[in-house]
Design a protein around this ligand. Structure first.
Ligand SMILES: *Cc1c(COP(=O)(O)O)cnc(C)c1O
Ligand SMILES: [Zn+2]
Length: 412
């Protein structure tokens, strides 16, 4: 029984069998990203509510019937997903949103949402017996695949812009990757990695061209629906860089709908920094063309000039009845502090960009008090300390003398 029917080009609609193509649509080239189409009729017979309720697997393999991997044995033991969905009372009061939920995806093996994709990427590499995997990334996709490759013992080359935060580069090095700090932007690192992968026949982990990676990202939607007891949120708000994360999540919601497990799909709202907002601009102009403006946002994980999965992201947002919105870098920085100090969840700048969007949308009056709003914190604040430090006051210096402390406390 084959669960995957075909791979379908998002641009021209051409269809291929799984083993006919490796990455993108040969007719459309790099823009012809392929979408994995399953036999939902077949899958719906296995993947029922009962199946889920009785499933004790708490790792990403929980969703194996609807992942593009034949057997659970290809997955690494690293714990991916099953991250908490919090009801944070303080935040609900502060934002006047009675049904706000925070999905804490900082709690993945390498501390970001990207681990959902990497888990599937590595499993696919093993299934296809690839012995070298490569990635280009603003940082998290790289550190993520690097950790999984370490677990699997697969050789890997990583291309990141030389400006990538130190913590992410350090993760790469401790995981044992061969790291290239590219003297250029993420967009240029992507190009170099792409060319190198072609020339040397390496397996490319990029979510933007490898059809299987977003399949891991969709599991966030499955978890949210299970955690809400199959009640569908009104809105799901997520940061957008390349656009793989939001389109992956959207696919998950659509699939549970297709399987008859839920009766509607949430509105997907994508959030970008106004200093890196090609997807918002395209959405507002109602076009699939992305014009290039050099990205300058401090939120490095979404500092993307050419969104590699922009069309899918635009489709996810539009088809769900949602929209795109921008926040400022100042709003992102402030959101690091507001989220952390009210919930104990410490996100990196891109990690809290969805939350910054929620705050803005509430202020603009676009959410009703009772709306069910979910946002995903996509990366840990420990990955970029410098930006977080800009959001908070300095610590107090104090001598070892208790009397000095007493004096100091009078002024605090
Ligand atoms: C990659 C990333 C995003 C955005 O995902 P895209 O697929 O590029 O849109 C958001 N937050 C964090 C922390 C990320 O690493
Ligand atoms: Zn095509």
């Amino acid at each position: 029984m084959k669960k995957i029917l075909k791979l379908k080009c998002v641009k021209c609609g051409a269809e291929y069998l799984e083993n006919e193509v490796e990455y993108v649509c040969p007719q459309c080239g790099i823009e012809g990203i392929l979408d994995v189409i399953y036999d939902y009729e077949l899958i719906s017979r296995e993947l029922t509510k009962d199946y889920l309720l009785n499933n004790e697997d708490k790792n990403i393999t929980r969703y194996l019937p609807i992942l593009p991997i034949e057997s659970a044995e290809y997955f690494e033991p690293l714990q991916v997903g099953n991250t908490p969905l919090y009801e944070v009372k303080k935040l609900r009061r502060l934002l006047e949103l009675d049904n706000l939920y925070i999905k804490d995806d900082t709690r993945n093996p390498t501390l970001s949402f990207k681990d959902r994709a990497s888990a599937v990427g590595i499993a696919k590499a093993k299934e296809l017996k690839k012995d070298v995997i490569v990635a280009s990334s603003t940082g998290n996709a790289a550190s993520s695949i690097s950790g999984f490759a370490a677990s699997a013992g697969i050789k890997n080359y990583i291309f990141v812009p030389k400006t990538a935060p130190e913590a992410k580069v350090t993760q790469l090095l401790v995981f044992g990757s061969t790291v290239f700090l590219v003297d250029g932007t993420y967009d240029e690192a992507f190009e170099l990695c792409f060319k190198a992968a072609e020339r040397f026949g390496w397996y490319n982990r990029s979510c933007a061209i490898n059809p299987y990676l977003v399949e891991g990202k969709k599991t966030v939607a499955f978890e949210i629906l299970e955690q809400l007891n199959f009640k569908v949120p009104d809105y799901v708000v997520m940061a957008v860089g390349d656009g793989c994360s939001i389109s992956g999540a959207y696919k998950g919601f659509v699939e549970f709908y297709k399987l008859g497990l839920v009766d509607k799909i949430p509105k997907m709202i994508g959030v970008q920094s106004e200093k890196s907002n090609p997807v918002t601009r395209a959405f507002n102009k109602n076009t699939y063309e992305f014009d290039y403006i050099p990205p300058t946002t401090i939120a490095d994980s979404i500092s993307v000039g050419i969104p590699r999965n922009g069309i899918k992201a635009l489709k996810a947002v539009a088809e769900s009845g949602g929209f795109m919105i921008d926040v400022t870098d100042e709003e992102i920085i402030e959101s690091i502090r507001i989220l952390a100090s009210n919930s104990g969840i410490f996100g990196e700048p891109a990690g809290v960009t969805g939350f910054a969007g929620v705050r803005k949308l509430k202020k603009l009056g676009l959410f009703k008090k009772e709306d069910i709003v979910v946002t995903v914190v996509t990366g840990s604040g420990l990955k970029d300390l410098r930006t977080a430090q800009r959001a908070v006051p300095k610590a107090y210096r104090v001598s070892t003398n208790i009397d000095d402390l007493v004096e100091l406390l009078k002024n605090i």
